[in-house]
Design a protein around this ligand. Structure first.
Ligand SMILES: *Cc1c(COP(=O)(O)O)cnc(C)c1O
Length: 374
């Protein structure tokens, strides 16, 4: 069954290990004792490293994962009677088990649309303008994901337009940056250009998918919103007592541009992968490949054949289809192995099947998203 269990997979960037630079910092932090609960020198230095990267005096808190980061950041913005406008594919909507609603004591997510997983100002305005009476949860924030759930990237212009829209409507702007590094690498911009300069109030900056074992940084550019945030973290079980082991690896990641190198590598391998899939019969690419994920549709028989060979991948993430992800540690040989396996599976099933078996047509949401104008 699991013929490939010990070899690289393209199922998720979370399948990858810890990058050596982060691991080295972890080992260094293990020498001697340090003050607990984030008051240690490692944590202070990691926060400063993030301020240096963003070129501004932001307030930083480290938490264990992205669900906590997003949920707590939004709870710092919203009261229970508020609402958050986000894309219908947003991780906060589809993959956080109601965490954002729970931690804000009931704030509602209002779902917007947009091609390629990107929320648009028009969609935000349409939702905002829907109701303004006392009976409807008051919009308080817009949440966007960079890079998006379908592996696309908001351009600086698109972000500026969303930032202006949010300001006009007096909404706070939250960014789920689980793959923020991949977006920075893809766009070749300075981090500030697609964060606070675009009007982002709070960014959940993902470390895990970029090469850490554990940890996301909640980065408040709007420091007002960070008031009492430490208490939220503690109450939610997100204040690590030995915080240095969460924070120190960030130093290894951020020093010498390792985080960007990791992201560039992942993005480049996704590009190699999609180039290898182009023109294969029965393979349909669903979204432009701009970061480190590739979404395709495949005939069901081919999906089964690949799984039989031990390949793992998700078919329910984002808009559906087969999602393939690359990471900081994905090897070219893994990409080549997948492409070869796919070619073989396509050829075999073409022989074994009655003529005319077609790629499983995309259904429902996927149809609507895939056909939206790009
Ligand atoms: C992975 C991911 C997260 C974080 O998920 P956790 O499993 O809670 O760490 C958040 N947003 C997006 C878009 C993600 O892909």
């Amino acid at each position: 069954m699991d013929a490939r269990i010990d070899t690289q997979q393209l199922a998720s960037d979370n399948y990858a290990g810890i990058c050596p630079e982060a691991f080295d910092s972890l080992l260094l932090a293990n020498e001697g004792h340090a003050v607990a609960y984030g008051q240690d020198a490692w944590s202070q230095q990691a926060k400063q490293a993030l301020r240096d990267i963003f070129e501004t005096d932001c307030e930083v808190h480290f938490v264990f994962n992205g669900t906590a980061a997003n949920s707590l950041a939004l709870s710092a913005i919203c009261q229970s009677y508020h609402s958050v406008i986000c894309h219908e594919l947003a991780h906060i909507e589809t993959d956080e088990c109601g965490g954002p609603e729970f931690f804000s004591n009931g704030s509602k997510l209002l779902l917007g649309e947009g091609a390629d997983g990107k929320l648009t100002p028009a969609s935000v305005e349409a939702i905002f303008g829907r109701r303004s009476d006392i009976h409807y949860p008051k919009p308080q924030a817009v949440s966007i994901t960079q890079a998006t759930e379908v592996g696309t990237v908001y351009t600086p212009d698109e972000l500026a337009a969303l930032g202006a829209c949010a300001r006009r409507l007096d909404l706070h702007l939250h960014m789920d940056g689980a793959r923020f590094a991949n977006a920075v690498a893809a766009l070749g911009v300075r981090p500030r250009e697609i964060s606070w300069q675009a009007g982002i109030d709070v960014l959940c900056f993902g470390g895990t998918k970029n090469g850490l074992a554990i940890g996301e940084a909640v980065v408040f550019f709007n420091r007002e919103l960070a008031r009492d945030f430490a208490y939220r973290c503690k109450q939610a079980g997100q204040l690590a007592s030995k915080m240095r082991f969460v924070s120190a690896p960030w130093l290894g990641l951020l020093a010498n541009g390792t985080w960007l190198r990791n992201a560039r590598h992942a993005n480049a391998l996704a590009r190699q992968l999609v180039e290898g899939l182009e023109d294969l019969p029965g393979v349909q690419q669903l979204f432009p490949v701009e970061a480190n994920s590739v979404f395709i549709t495949l005939p069901e028989s081919v999906i089964a054949a690949l799984r039989q060979q031990g390949w793992r991948f998700y078919t329910f993430i984002g808009a559906g289809g087969v999602r393939l992800m690359t990471s900081w540690s994905t090897s070219e040989s893994a990409v080549h192995a997948f492409i070869s396996a796919l070619r073989r599976a396509l050829a075999e099933t073409a022989q074994g099947q009655p003529p005319g078996e077609r790629t499983q047509p995309p259904r429902g949401l996927l149809v609507r998203l895939a056909r939206s104008a790009r």
